[in-house]
Write a protein that binds this ligand. Sequence first.
Ligand code: C30
Length: 278
Amino acid sequence: DVTTSAQTSLERGDRSEKRLVPVNPSKDNISVLFLGLDDRDGGLKGRTDALLLATFNKKENSVKMVSVPRDARVELIGRDRMDKINHAHAFGGVDMTIATVENLLDLPVDYFVKLNFDAFMEIIDALGGIEVEVPFAFTEMDSNDVQGAISIKEGLQLLDGEEALAYSRMRKKDPRGDIGRGERQQQVLEGIIKKGSSLSSINKFDDVMKSIENNLATNLSFGNILSLHSYSSGLRNIERLTIEGKNASIKGIYYYELIPESVKEISTTLREHLEVTN
Ligand code: C30
């Protein structure tokens, strides 16, 4: 098993408080929270601009994913107040973010992967790019914020690291703003999972994990990641879910107010997918 300093453990330990026994990704259903950070100082601090939860069901070989909008107004666990979910990481790191997502969706978050722009681009490039069906063409800034540097074409595209980052960041050229952006990030994650099936990419993954240790943190072991490869090969069943909400302004601050019935419905769907009962 390869280990790097990217491997980090949580304060709670291996087992989610919402699990009776620890999970084993090679035989159990699991959930993984992906946190994307806009930390260009080369660290892993600050707010989460991207927050995606994916659940993996072993028997069905299926994946479901949901984006949590960064302005979603939720109870931050450990601060006992309502706030934007993307502040959880700034206040309490991955631990507070996981506790907050577990409380919001009433399910265990078993694993996390948090990364910044550099790690994201490096992973995509190591996979030889990822395929995404692009609904409309647009231009976007690159990772150094050079305006218009990246052109994304419509249709099925092979995106390299810079292009996939631009695709994951674009918000202002989509009338649905951050919600549309969340769906593009789900497409990117789907592209990564599908690309993960080729054997050559596994070897590269090992090198990549070693070279990005300051730009990525995860509690997945290398063995855990390998065991997730089964999902890319036989995978025909990836479902993307969106939490419904509406724009709100409270004391002059913009929030995305989640619709409780939608949160409940997504929670039920993902709990069933994970087959959790407690
Ligand atoms: C275990 C398995 C299955 C696999 C393991 C393999 C791994 C490690 C996979 C991980 C890859 C993941 C997680 C893919 C899923 C997709 C994700 C999560 C991508 C994350 C990308 C990332 C690192 C960060 C995303 C950061 C985002 C979304 C935006 C930050 C706008 C301002 C004020 C303007 C500004 C303007 C734009 C682009 N920018 O970019 O520029 O700060 O965005 O909306 O805050 O800023 O508004 O008006 O100043 O120019 O419009 P930003 P903003």
